[in-house]
Design a protein around this ligand. Sequence first.
Ligand code: AHR
Length: 497
Amino acid sequence: MHKTTAYIEKNFKLANVDDKLFSSFIEHLGRAIYTGIYEPSHPESDDQGFRKDVIELVRELGITMVRYPGGNFLSGYNWTDGIGPRDQRPARLDLAWRTIETNEIGIDEFYDWCLKANTRVMAAVNMGTGTPQQAGYMVEYCNFPGGTWWSDLRIRNGHKEPYNIKTWCIGNEMDGPWQICHLDAADYGKKALETAKIMKWVDNSIELVVCGSSTSSMPTFPEWDRIVLEYTYDAVDYLSLHRYYENYGNDLDFLASFLDMDRFIKSVCATADYVKALKRSKKTMHLSFDEWNVWYQQRQKQHDWEIAPDILDDRYSLLDALVVGGLGVTLLNNSDRVKIACLAQLVNVIAPIITEKNGRVIRQSIYYPFRDISKYGRGTVLKPVVITPSVETCHGDAPLLHMSVVYNEENGYITVFCLNIDQSDDMLLELDMRSFGKLSMAEHVCLRGDDLNAVNTFDAPDTVSPKSMEIIGGEHEAFSVRIPKLSWNVLRFRTKG
Ligand code: AHR
């Protein structure tokens, strides 16, 4: 059996985790909205047509913020199509996904849904066909208390109190030629700056995310990020990055995707810090990893102007869940710079939750590692010294055990998240935690299985689900825990008192 030793010292702190690290994303795409969160004819729907069974699972995930309404959809979307009396809202062609958008759901309904799901809206404004002025009007509609055309319209539409949406994205993936009205970096940088000025003039309390690269393999990365930041550095609060991971056939390479994510984050930080130096700025740019996940099964389908067809309905396996766990660890370990991260997406579209039309809802395999980090990843990320064997992968040498430690001083719990990518043997994990004094082990939950390709289905929804492992009794300053090969683990320890 291989051995990993981790020295965990309570004063070696990386960062307090921003709760926005546990965010997600819902786009007007596929069955995310229609027959996902909203299905008025469903027996489980509430008075607004929202599915209560879906809301329940979203609440269980502890999602703090949901990016909305896109995605590629955003760059052709006129947000005013989605407000006012439903029977007067236009049905439109969505050129991004070749579907028909009925506009039954818009920002007003989505805001209500977020309240019900115990989460917040992360709004996005259109930088494709949209103008800086339309972006400003949307902030005014959502956040201005009243007494102006747009704020009074919100009140007439049924919401007396402003939404006070705090976090706003200025466009989506504007570096991508697939984007409706894609711009080059300088044109986007100028447009984003003017948009940011208007949005913050309307409401100075908001924070803004400017589009960085849509993936690290873009030929324009990292020049795009540098140029955009040179225009917008002083006006925005976050630079975005997106990345989806694919299985190209080698499981080990896929499992080590976290290495690639780490390198991407570090490169974006270096680019942002270059601009910081250039501008002699005191401000450090934070990152918004506002699309991340595993996505590789359903990219190629063509659609022909249907309403809410199945799009990107990936079915996730145990292997995919392990990869997601590894990515979650990397996000935690970069939480000094990554303050927002959105698992993309939330329901039916490359999602942890899937629904049947007029039927059941289930948790996909990736639901569990995300729920774990969201539930137990709140607190201070520590910087343990980890001595672990490594293995060669296409991303470089990967540690066999990839881990993160979060100390929650409020409740006195220390949580160790770890992914074991060892394909041949279990791992003995020795944890030296003497700086905390005596600790008791509270829990060891493990996601593993004999079949890496196993998936949850509507008829067998718990095929891939975590199991509680035996814990070590008594109080100790050090623990030796067996970590099964190819597994995702959550170990929790209680400080005395
Ligand atoms: O999440 C699916 C799509 O991936 C989004 O619409 C887009 O932003 C990204 O390319």
